[in-house]
Every structure is written in structure tokens, then in C-alpha cells.
Design a protein. Structure first.
Length: 275
């Protein structure tokens, strides 16, 4: 069993120590730095396979470890989800509805990267656009980013995970968008996935209470149409059932004494693709 310090709450959520924040900062920064570099590779004519190759090479160059290569049989350094792919898109596979993995003008693309640095997991994803986004796609991307940040703003000791989900859901639905229910955020630290499940919808004052030292991801998937998804025959790729566009942003965060720390902030301010 791994040597993981700190106590565990009655909900199974590990409480990390003050010194552990440094490890998460280092891992989160590497993930963010790699994603900062990815933007130059997302353009019409590029392939999702070539983008993943770049990420794999960059992970090797930095001397860190990909958390996804070998995870439950997965063999890629990233997940790359295009247009109506909600999450877990496989690089190099055909974009659903097309004959290849070549990106086209105005495609919206989520790239999700998790690295392990000295035993700590840094997990983040963000949106990119191949070329110029269409107005409705830009509206979706903007709203998804804002929903994430509203969820993060609800993170502080004494609040609940329901408060996070409610902040995301209420904002998304006020913009006539829907929140995916089939996938959620998760605890992390010295493990890839652990309690809690961080739902992106919910009621205020419900769920486990947030405590200083909790580490987890918030990663809302927001759809332009209905929230239902289905997983394709590859057992990874999840798409919207109605083929509507989907967007996602993800940060890894830690609860502090007064709020939260975002471990995966973009060093170059590139977390949002059109800013």
C-alpha cells in the first residue's frame, strides 16, 4: 500500500498535509506548461495523433511520467475530444463522423493531460480551437470556462460539494446549456482517482463538507444540447447522444484555510483559447 500521509474523513476523502501542497504545485505546473505548448499544434490539418505524439515526447523530455499510458490498457499520453466528443477521445482514432483524425476549420478540441511528478498527479484539460470558432461554439466555450470558475469560487472550508455543483449547474442552465451527469471530477494526490466524486450539478448545502487539505479536480462537461451521453464501441470515447457540441475545462485544486489553490493555472495565461 502506498505511503499516503494524513487522515481520511468519514466519506473516504483524504486530508493532505501543508507540505503536500508543494508536490501538487509541481505536478500541476508541469501539466499546465505542456498544455500551454499544445495550442500551437491545434490547427486545421493537424491530426489528433500528432498532437498526442508531441505531448508524449514533451513528457519524456521533462523526465516525468504519463499517468494515462497503461492506465486500464489505455496507450496514449492524452485524451483528445473533438466537437461532440464529451471526453476520453482517443488520439489517432477517427473523429466520430469522419474518415480520419484530421482537424478541420472551426473544430473545438479538448485536450486532457495527467502527469506524475515525484509521485504527485497533475491533471488538467482545456479547450482549443482549430482556426476560428463559430459564434455558438465560442459561447459554449466561454460559458463552460465561467462555469468552472464559479465552481472553483465555491471551494472553501465549510462549504459542500453540492455548493460546487450548484454553482456550475445554475450558471450553465441559465445560459440554456446542459451539464453532463455521466462523468465527474475526482480526488487525486498520490493517486490518480480517489474519493470524492465531484459532481457538476447539485443542491446547495448537500454532500460532504469541504475541509482544508482536500485535493480534487473540477472538470465540468457542458453541452450545447441535451446532457445525455453514450460511450462508443472502443469503450473510451463518450459522445453527446444528440451530436451537439460539448466543451470541458479542468483544474486540479486544493482546499486552503481561506478558499482554494488552483494547482494547474496556465503560466502563460493561455488556459482559455480565445483570450
Amino acid at each position: 500500500m502506498e505511503d499516503i500521509r494524513g487522515r481520511v474523513t468519514k466519506d473516504g476523502i483524504r486530508i493532505y498535509e501543508d507540505a503536500d501542497f508543494a508536490g501538487m504545485r509541481a505536478a500541476g505546473r508541469v501539466a499546465a506548461e505542456i498544455l500551454d505548448m499544445v495550442g500551437d499544434h491545434v490547427k486545421p490539418g493537424a491530426t489528433t495523433g500528432s498532437i498526442d505524439d508531441f505531448i508524449r515526447e514533451e513528457i519524456v523530455r521533462r523526465g516525468v511520467v504519463s499517468a494515462t499510458i497503461g492506465y486500464k490498457g489505455y496507450q496514449h499520453a492524452s485524451c483528445i475530444s473533438v466537437n461532440h466528443v464529451v471526453c476520453h477521445g482517443i488520439p489517432g482514432s477517427k473523429v466520430p463522423g469522419r474518415s480520419s483524425d484530421v482537424l478541420q476549420e472551426a473544430d473545438i478540441v479538448n485536450v486532457d493531460v495527467t502527469v506524475i511528478v515525484d509521485g504527485w498527479f497533475g491533471d488538467s484539460s482545456r479547450m482549443y480551437v482549430a482556426g476560428t470558432p463559430k459564434p455558438f461554439a465560442k459561447r459554449l466555450i466561454d460559458a463552460t470556462h465561467e462555469a468552472l470558475m464559479r465552481g472553483i469560487a465555491a471551494v472553501k472550508p465549510g462549504n459542500t460539494f453540492g455548493d460546487i455543483g450548484h454553482a456550475i449547474q445554475s450558471y450553465a442552465e441559465s445560459n440554456r446549456l446542459s451539464v453532463v451527469r455521466d462523468f465527474c471530477g475526482h480526488g487525486l494526490g498520490r493517486v490518480f482517482h480517489s474519493p470524492p466524486n465531484v459532481l457538476h450539478y447539485g443542491r446547495p448545502n448537500s454532500g460532504a463538507v469541504l475541509e482544508e487539505g482536500m485535493f480534487f479536480t473540477i472538470e465540468p462537461m457542458i453541452n450545447l444540447g441535451r446532457p445525455e451521453t453514450k460511450v462508443l464501441a472502443d469503450d473510451w470515447t463518450a459522445i453527446t447522444r444528440d451530436k451537439s457540441l460539448s466543451a470541458q475545462f479542468e483544474h486540479s485544486v486544493g482546499v486552503t484555510a481561506t478558499g482554494c489553490e488552483i494547482f494547474t493555472l496556465s503560466p502563460l495565461g493561455k488556459f482559455h483559447p480565445t483570450w
